[in-house]
Design a protein around this ligand. Structure first.
Ligand SMILES: [Zn+2]
Length: 326
């Protein structure tokens, strides 16, 4: 069957890669001997693994999007605290929180002592109990609905183990864990089973609620340079060669030239400007552009802005990639 647009109709909020892209841009533009490089690199690896785990789960949950409203990576503010949900699915009968966990090796739930551990083959480590976390999210979501004067709806939660090779072990009450924890591939069936058992008098207007949640979604302004105390002078400027990766291509007769591998490129500046917007600011002026790309002329900078369809903010004499106000 061809996966048409219709199938994804109700995924009203998709996961975004913006934070991950910021890490990538920054790691490519600070020196490896920078004091924060290692920390950034480790955090990037952790987040990347998390992102791909979430994408794996998305693949399975997509089949439910034909009948439900799906919101991926939702951020809500509840009692002044930020709450982030990996997935929220809303049907005519209920809401389902699906949290994604990436653990490799063996995970062990001990229901007697409420303990959760992972053994990756080398070390056994204890983690915050994922079920307790999900339970807390459920309560927060309920609190949010209440705060917004929205009708309370049944909320269920699941823990999706993204890695198919992860071995799930239970010490104690197996059924209790199996009710909410499963490999990603089994989550849709668990949801469908609950759906078939529910019969509510008043069906939930899930699309309406979905759009309401979407409006309340907080776009996280994530400034990595500030978080990691990286200074502007630590950022390596220049246009990177798409061929050999060398930073410092030169603009010659309307194209970029790499002095290292002799490659020519028409559009190599695009990546550099996107890096700039990701890392430094979502607006730029001609002087900053000249410095960052290593241009000699203001005319070229202006030409580049226009060719990339950037938006001109007249009173500030700055250019931006997004319509959102800076
Ligand atoms: Zn090159």
């Amino acid at each position: 069957m061809i996966a048409g647009k219709k199938e994804n109709e109700m995924i009203i909020k998709t996961r975004n890669k913006n934070e991950l892209n910021q890490y990538e841009a920054l790691l490519s533009r600070i020196r490896p001997d920078h004091p924060k490089y290692r920390e950034l690199e480790n955090e990037y690896a952790r987040r990347k693994k998390g992102y791909f785990g979430e994408k794996q789960v998305d693949y399975y949950l997509e089949e439910l999007a034909a009948e439900m409203t799906v919101l991926q990576d939702l951020s809500l503010s509840v009692d002044g605290k930020n709450m982030q949900l990996d997935n929220l699915l809303i049907s005519r009968h209920a809401a389902y929180i699906v949290e994604v966990k990436n653990y490799s090796g063996t995970i062990l739930f001990d229901t007697e002592i409420q303990q959760f551990t992972r053994d990756d083959g080398n070390h056994e480590v204890g983690f915050r109990h994922p079920i307790e976390q999900a339970e807390l999210q459920k309560h927060r979501l309920q609190a949010w609905l209440q705060d917004m004067n929205l009708p309370l709806i049944p909320i269920h939660y699941f823990i999706a183990i993204s890695e198919p090779s992860t071995i799930i072990k239970v010490e104690g009450n197996k059924a209790e864990i199996a009710k909410v924890v499963a490999h990603a591939a089994h989550i849709p069936n668990k949801i469908k089973k609950l759906e078939s058992q529910s019969s509510n008098q008043q069906p939930i207007k899930h699309q309406k609620l979905g759009h309401y949640l979407l409006q309340a979604n907080r776009i996280r302004a994530y400034n990595l340079m500030r978080n990691y105390e990286i200074k502007l002078e630590d950022i390596l400027p220049g246009v990177r060669c798409p061929g050999c990766g060398w930073l410092g291509m030169e603009r010659i007769y309307g194209a970029w030239f790499c002095h290292k591998c002799k490659m020519k490129s028409k559009g190599a500046h695009k990546r550099a400007l996107l890096d700039y917007f990701l890392m430094i600011s979502n607006t730029i002026n001609v002087t900053e552009c000249k410095r960052f790309l290593g241009l000699k002329s203001r005319i070229t900078a202006n030409r580049i802005f226009k060719s990339m369809n950037l938006i001109y903010i007249k009173p500030k004499r700055r250019w931006t990639i997004s319509k959102r106000k800076q």
